[in-house]
Design a protein around this ligand. Structure first.
Ligand code: ADP
Ligand code: MG
Length: 612
């Protein structure tokens, strides 16, 4: 059967335990169930069988019979090096070896495969299932990743998509996808908590919604906490009821675990459930109540709430400020989980969309938008932190603001602060604070070879450009001499989203004090320039003003100096305004004199800034 080619952008949730695809159909967004499959979930498992890959549902039974070359939880290895995985390796039954650079390889058939290649096999299975469900051949997709994934992990995911024959249109944060699935971006403003309890991982993300853009305020979680833990706890609980049964044997153990998982799921809807474990020689059976399961789940749920508390603290958010709670992950169906999350946030969580499908559904909605189908909202790539330059007094001048959509470009003019400066140094920073000492240095370069000119005369045009890939180019040109220089840097390189969140939080925390300090520094610099101007123009002042006025100007200058010593920018500003009123006739009289530029600027409230 040949499928008709389609421009549709599929949404794919590439999960640790399960993966799936969703698409926006005429009746609305939906998770796609491949024909003949029991549901849309594709187990994130791949195995080498006779030199070929088998992935998804068909691969699952091999976990038991060929644990050495059946790969699961491969998401944990994506974009990680051996040194990142020290904690992970003892839990993994297949062989993992160090590869080139930050890559590991898993071994099968005496060959090494990268986690990207394994994930690609899972994605191929998901893609094929979606194509069969839609009757279309798909080439474009949005793939989701946890909010805390760093550049390398995101890149690895992108590569896996490409290896699976997909054009990855966007890598989207899982919590953002879940919020999009509920259409929460339509609300004007708010704080959304996304609680995601999956098979082996727990993530809590706090998102701030502002103008249809979700920003990650804080994330927390546990990479080894999830449904698997409850399955094991329930299996142990059942085994303890049958002390004589030979349950240590691998096949029996697996059967027990499988039955525990089934019972756990049943108990999300039912208050009790019968179990039966066939052991060849005989069978074990009995009944488990939801209460028993709740008792086993309680410590796990408590641990997730600890993470929620930590995330709220990181984001400096009170539970009452949360406007929406979104439940994600198969395990969030467990009754106790819903109940405790509702109690914790003091509000009813969003559970209407299947929690194991909601991320894929949101990715599909996003893909649909990207495909130009619903223009009423657009989620754009944004520049996460402000980019700018160091200016006089160690201040940070932002050129491109945080949350600007990329590609972005902005230009500002600067000048020199000393006479006959033949070079200016451009020192590039990234951050949200008012002083560069609290920001991250991205690089510096010198614009040299300037002809000697009086301070303030050079016109240095500085252009910041961030391209669609997030690469920043800073170009500087002195317009009078035509001298130019530029540099290229990757601003977010090595910055994880957690670090970005931290930087944002620091900026909020220190916002007021930073701003006051910055204002003070700027007013002090202006005062110095004005004093220089007055001294230069003093001969004219003596001709222009009566001795009383000259005296008053001198007195007011000492008032300004005194205020400049203090820490109150507004007092300094008031004293300078008074000095301005006294000396205005002087400025008016000599406004054409180049030497009096300092005063001119003061009166004209010149916008140009000075580089150090
Ligand atoms: P991941 O995001 O880690 O790939 P999922 O969101 O698919 O994982 O969650 C898988 C987990 O959800 C498994 O532990 C599974 O047993 C559990 N689960 C699925 N359905 C239910 C249910 N109805 N009740 C309780 N747990 C469930
Ligand atoms: Mg998931």
């Amino acid at each position: 059967m040949t499928l008709k080619p389609s421009d549709r952008i599929l949404g794919i949730d590439l999960g640790t335990t399960n993966s799936l695809a969703a698409a926006v159909l005429p009746q609305g967004p939906e998770a796609l169930t491949p024909p003949g499959a029991p549901g849309p979930l594709v187990p994130s498992v791949a195995v080498r069988v006779e030199g070929r890959w088998v992935a998804g549902r068909q691969a699952v039974p091999h976990r038991l019979t060929r644990p050495g070359d059946t790969f699961f939880s491969i998401k944990r290895l994506m974009g990680r090096g051996l040194e990142d995985l020290a904690e992970e390796l003892p839990r993994i039954p297949y062989r993992v070896e160090g590869g080139d650079r930050k890559l590991v390889k898993v071994m099968a058939d005496g060959q090494g495969f990268t986690p990207q290649e394994i994930s690609a096999q899972i994605l191929k299975e998901v893609k094929a299932g979606a194509e069969a469900a839609l009757g279309e051949s798909i080439r474009r997709a949005v793939i989701t990743v946890p909010a805390y994934f760093d550049d390398a992990q995101r890149q690895a995911t992108r590569d896996a998509g490409r290896m699976a024959g997909l054009e990855v249109e966007r890598i989207l944060n899982e919590p953002t996808a879940a919020a999009l699935a509920y259409g929460l971006e339509q609300k004007a403003k708010g704080l959304v908590a996304v609680y995601d309890l999956g098979g082996g991982t727990f993530d809590i993300s706090i998102l701030r919604l502002d103008g249809q853009v979700f920003q990650v305020v804080a994330t927390h979680g546990n990479t080894h906490l999830g449904g698997d833990d409850l399955d094991h706890a329930l299996a142990e609980h059942l085994a303890a009821r049958h002390p004589a049964a030979p349950l240590a044997e691998p096949l029996a153990k697996a059967a027990l675990l499988r039955e525990a998982e089934r019972v756990k799921r049943k108990l999300s809807a039912a208050l009790e459930c019968d179990y039966r474990i066939d052991l060849g020689a005989g069978a074990l059976s009995g009944r488990v109540t939801r209460e028993e399961l709740n008792a086993l789940a309680a410590p796990l749920v408590a641990a997730t709430l600890e993470s929620c508390r930590a995330a709220l603290a990181m984001g400096q958010v009170d539970p009452q400020q949360i406007t929406e709670v979104v439940m994600v992950g198969g395990m969030s169906r467990v009754a106790l989980v819903r109940q405790e999350v509702e109690r914790f946030f003091g509000r009813r969580p969003n559970v209407a969309i299947n929690p194991d499908e909601v991320v894929a559904v949101g990715a599909a909605v996003h893909g649909h938008m990207l495909g130009g189908h619903r223009k009423d909202y657009v989620l754009l790539d944004v520049n996460p932190l402000a980019l700018g330059l160091e200016t006089m007094g160690g201040t940070f001048t932002k050129i491109i603001n945080a949350n600007s959509t990329i590609p972005a470009q902005a230009t500002e003019y600067f000048t020199t602060s000393a006479d006959n400066q033949t070079a200016v140094e451009l020192n590039i920073y990234q951050g949200e604070r008012e002083f560069v000492r609290d920001c991250r240095n991205l690089g510096r370069f010198k614009l040299g070879g300037l002809p000697p000119m009086a301070a303030g005369l050079p016109k240095v045009k500085v252009t910041f450009t961030v391209d669609a890939n997030g690469i920043l180019t800073v170009a500087a040109e002195e317009e009078r001499s035509g001298k130019a220089a530029s540099i290229e840097v990757i601003p977010s390189h090595g910055l994880t989203s957690r670090e970005i969140d931290r930087i944002m939080e620091d900026a909020v925390e220190h916002g007021m004090e930073d701003l006051t300090m910055r204002q003070l520094v700027e007013f002090r610099l202006t005062a110095q320039a004005v004093f220089r101007g007055i001294e230069k123009a003093w001969p004219q002042a003596q001709a222009l003003f009566t001795p009383e006025t000259q005296q008053a100007i001198r007195v007011q200058m000492t008032q300004v100096s005194a205020a400049a010593e203090g820490r109150d920018p507004w007092r300094l500003k008031a004293e300078m305004d008074r000095l301005g009123d006294l000396t205005r006739p002087l400025a008016d009289a000599i406004i054409s004199t180049a030497a009096l530029r300092e005063l001119k600027e003061f009166y004209q409230e010149h916008k140009e800034r000075e580089t150090p």
